[in-house]
Ligand binder design. Structure first.
Ligand SMILES: [Cu+2]
Length: 485
């Protein structure tokens, strides 16, 4: 009985293998029969264009078409971050510009319109174009005019487009870049969520956070001394309400570009591993990648399956750019925990290298030789040290916070309203929606591991700085929040 069953299964397998081989051979042959440049187009359609972080619908198995792209250049003022504005030059009104989705063999008829209110001529160089200048000379257009040119997309991949009008660097630095995707025959594999993320570096007369309308600074741009490094054109475009979302069990595909003009991105998602990376946006697939390099004027497609819920932070892992220049976004995931894949914190001890083991957290009395503040000014001094060690990265040097991500501690009505609540936040961390000075935040502050003395000192420092209400917090107050009396 057993042996019969076995041989039957084997023969079934053989049949399958033969079939698979046959299909593979057929489809290979088909591809080599029609080179991409000779694929015939069937009909005309208008291209769907989308602003980030959205992408147009997948091509799936539609036939190659004549694809009409209507792109309008708009020079317009926008917000770089809270209180800071900037005159962006845009393709389609957004930075990065509208996403264009095509398939191999499409013939793109590109209409570039320069709005009559604009001040400058512009053009477009698409890296997906095979031809001199990538379309730049053919598309050069003055304000109040429209140009037209066409091209056939031959190579599949994810490509950058950008303005190439002199001074080229300045046009790119002001936001004139975006992505065009060329899908292979039959389309990319179906995934649950797709998003458009593009990094860019900005150079302003005032340093990071200097308020008002900030002009472009050519000297800083030449020195590659960026004030802002951001995803999707501004600080916080992908945090708070702008965060991209997914559910546990879904597959996510990110189309990631880098407009530059200068910096190379070390793109990373904290707490995720890219199952697949289409290296440099091309056809080579790398697997199990932590951080992928995205050159200025280049792109990558990254894909991963979501296994656990939580907030996953997108960064340029040149990490000061993330925490001090804006290159930080969020992917918020909802769904069931999976404690095998990620447990959450199970226990906490003190790591003692000399003992060579993890030890239990000592009781308060065992904490060795901690400096104890004797006066308010001691407390301020010691509190400032804790602040620059612990809180600074998120709440920033002068408690100003980061728009849409980290609330301000300077002049914070939320802080000043309730000292016990503030102590609890530092002791236990905080998540969920809160309103600080009329602005909503919905993010996560992790629990801070500090002694009662340190909590007292840092909060005293915060309360006695930047226009707050000068409360003094003592270790006894902190202790009573822990013990409840
Ligand atoms: Cu331009």
């Amino acid at each position: 009985m057993k042996s019969i069953f076995k041989s039957k299964r084997l023969s079934a397998e053989k049949v399958l293998i033969v079939c698979a081989f046959f299909i593979a051979a057929c489809s290979n042959q088909q591809q080599s029969e029609t080179p991409a440049d000779q694929i015939q187009v069937a009909g005309t359609m208008d291209a769907e264009l989308t602003a980030p972080p959205n992408v147009p619908l997948p091509v799936r198995n539609r036939e190659a078409k004549k694809l009409i792209v209507n792109m309008e250049v708009l020079e317009k003022e926008g917000e770089m971050t809270d209180g800071v504005s900037y005159v962006y030059w845009t393709f389609g009104g957004s930075v990065p510009g509208s996403f264009i989705r095509t398939r191999v063999g499409d013939e793109v008829e590109f209409h570039l319109k320069n709005h009559p209110d604009n001040k400058l001529p512009h053009n477009i160089d698409l890296h997906a174009v095979t031809g001199p200048g990538g379309g730049a000379t053919s598309s050069f257009v003055a304000p109040g005019h429209e140009t037209q040119f066409s091209f056939k997309v031959i190579n599949p991949g994810l490509y950058v487009y950008h303005c190439a009008t002199a001074p080229v660097g300045m046009h790119i630095a002001n936001g004139m870049y975006g992505l065009i995707l060329v899908e292979p025959e039959g389309g990319l594999k179906k995934v649950d969520k797709e998003y458009y993320v593009m990094q860019g570096d900005f150079y302003t007369k005032g340093e990071y956070g200097k308020t008002g309308l900030q002009p472009f600074d050519m000297n800083k741009a030449i020195d590659e001394d960026a004030d802002y490094v951001v995803f999707n054109g501004k600080v916080g475009s992908l945090t708070g309400d702008g965060a991209i979302t997914a559910n546990v069990g879904e597959t996510v595909r990110l189309f990631v570009g880098n407009g530059g003009p200068n910096l190379v991105s070390s793109f990373h998602v904290i707490g995720e591993i890219f199952d697949k990376v289409y290296v440099e946006g091309g056809s080579m697939i790398n697997e199990d990648v932590q951080t992928t390099l995205i050159p200025a004027g280049g792109a990558a497609i990254v894909e991963f399956k979501i296994d656990v819920p939580g907030t996953f932070i997108l960064v340029d892992h040149s990490i000061f750019r993330a925490f001090n220049k804006g290159a930080l976004g969020m992917l918020k995931v909802q769904g069931e925990d999976n404690k095998t894949i990620y447990s959450g914190k199970q226990s906490e001890g003190i790591y003692n290298p000399e003992g060579g083991s993890i030890q239990e957290m000592p009781g308060e009395s065992d904490i060795p030789e901690e400096a104890v503040a004797q006066s308010l000014s001691d407390r301020m001094e010691l509190g400032k040290q804790v602040y620059s060690r612990t809180c600074f990265a998120c709440h920033q040097a002068n408690g100003e916070g980061i728009a849409n991500a980290f609330p301000p501690l300077a002049n914070s009505d939320y802080l000043n309203a309730d000292v016990n609540r503030a102590i609890d936040i530092v002791l236990n961390g905080k998540s969920g929606e809160i309103t600080v000075n009329g602005v909503k935040y919905n993010s996560v502050m992790t629990k801070q591991v500090l002694s009662d003395e340190e909590v007292a000192n840092v909060l005293t420092y915060v309360y006695n700085s930047w226009g707050n209400n000068k409360t003094e917090v003592t270790p006894a107050m902190v202790k009573s929040r822990k013990t409840g009396h």
